[in-house]
Structures are given as C-alpha cells and as structure tokens.
Design a protein around this ligand. Sequence first.
Ligand code: DGI
Ligand code: FE
Ligand code: FE
Length: 195
Amino acid sequence: MELQEIRKKVKKELDKDRYEHTKGVMYTAACLAMAHEGNMEQAMLAGLLHDCAKCVPNDEKIRVCEENHIIISSVERENPTLLHAKLGALYASTKYEVTDPEIIHAIKIHTTGEPGMSLLDKIIFIADYIEPKRDKAAHLDEIRKLAFEDLDACMADILYDTLHYLNNKKGAIDPNTQLTYEYYKQYEREQEWKH
Ligand code: DGI
Ligand code: FE
Ligand code: FE
C-alpha cells in the first residue's frame, strides 16, 4: 500500500486527537531520522502506524491477541491498553501489508521499549514522547533537545521519567519498561531533576 492510502485508512481507525498525534509522530520520526542518519521513509511509515490499534476497545484487544496467539503478560492483562503496541504490529502486517520486519518490530515495542533497541526502534519510541502535541510530560524541553543530540541518553531520560510517573500514579510497571531503563541508564544525563 502507498503511504497516502495507509494515511487515509489509519485516519478512519483513530479518533481526531489520536490521528493528530500520529501525524506528529510521523513527522517527528522523519526529523529524527534526518538528524541521526536513519531511513526517513521507514521512520515515517513506522510513525504513521505505531498507534494504529490504539482505538480498538480493550476487550477486543485481548480477544484478537488471543486469536492470533500473541502472548499476553500478566501486566498486559491488567492494563490491556499496553497491548495496542503488539496488536498494532500485527495490524501493520495484516491490515496495512507492511512487510519490513524492522517497522513491525519498532511498532511492537514502542510503548515499553526493550534492551538493545535498533535506530528505528529508538526513533519511534522517542518521537512518540516528544511530538509537538505532547504537553503533559515533565522536562519536555530538555528531552526534546537531547533527542537530536544523543538517542541513548534520551532513552534513559524518558524511561527515568516514565518510571517515576508510573510509580506516582501506582501504575503497574511492565518488566520491559524496567529492563529497558536498566539497559539505557548507563547513558543517563546528569540532570538536576535526578538529584
Ligand atoms: O500510545 P501513546 O499514548 O501515544 O504512547 P505509548 O504507547 O508510549 O503509551 C503511553 C502510556 O503507556 C503512558 O501512559 C505510560 C504507559 N506505559 C509505559 N510503560 C508502562 C506503561 N504503563 C504501564 N502500566 N506499565 C508500563 O510499564
Ligand atoms: Fe502507543
Ligand atoms: Fe503514540
């Protein structure tokens, strides 16, 4: 499918705000690919599709994952919204005919990350967090700047803040989020907010 055709289809699957966010991620991912010598077309397609399953009702997320033998962890069962990443990866290949395994992988892990991420994985994870419509997270100015300088340090800082945010709101932490932070914390910037 052509990018334009995928855009139209994604727009139908998402509510207005989510589609606006999706466009933000698509173009931010393109910019990050420019800054870090990544593949811009690949980054845009992964950005466009990363949340394609976000607006599927939670019970349907669980049902479709089970039907397709996607493993659901205990944290995912309690927080089915996390499943939009794995389900999005499935839909990217089945509904949007994406065959590039790197794109499918970046979508699959975009919510928690995982240790040892590829350049594309990091671009999508970070673009998701910093796209212009995002306004609630802490330290966004610093994190946005860092995204164009050092992807690994940026991963560490985003995960640090995400774990703090989840701890404060007593959200269950997915083991992958914790493991990814442990992996990237060696790159962490010495910021004021961590002292
Ligand atoms: O889908 P988006 O909202 O664009 O972004 P996302 O896929 O990164 O999902 C963001 C949400 O996921 C945010 O509210 C934090 C949450 N999240 C990330 N890691 C974990 C998590 N939620 C839980 N319960 N556990 C995690 O480890
Ligand atoms: Fe998402
Ligand atoms: Fe997103």
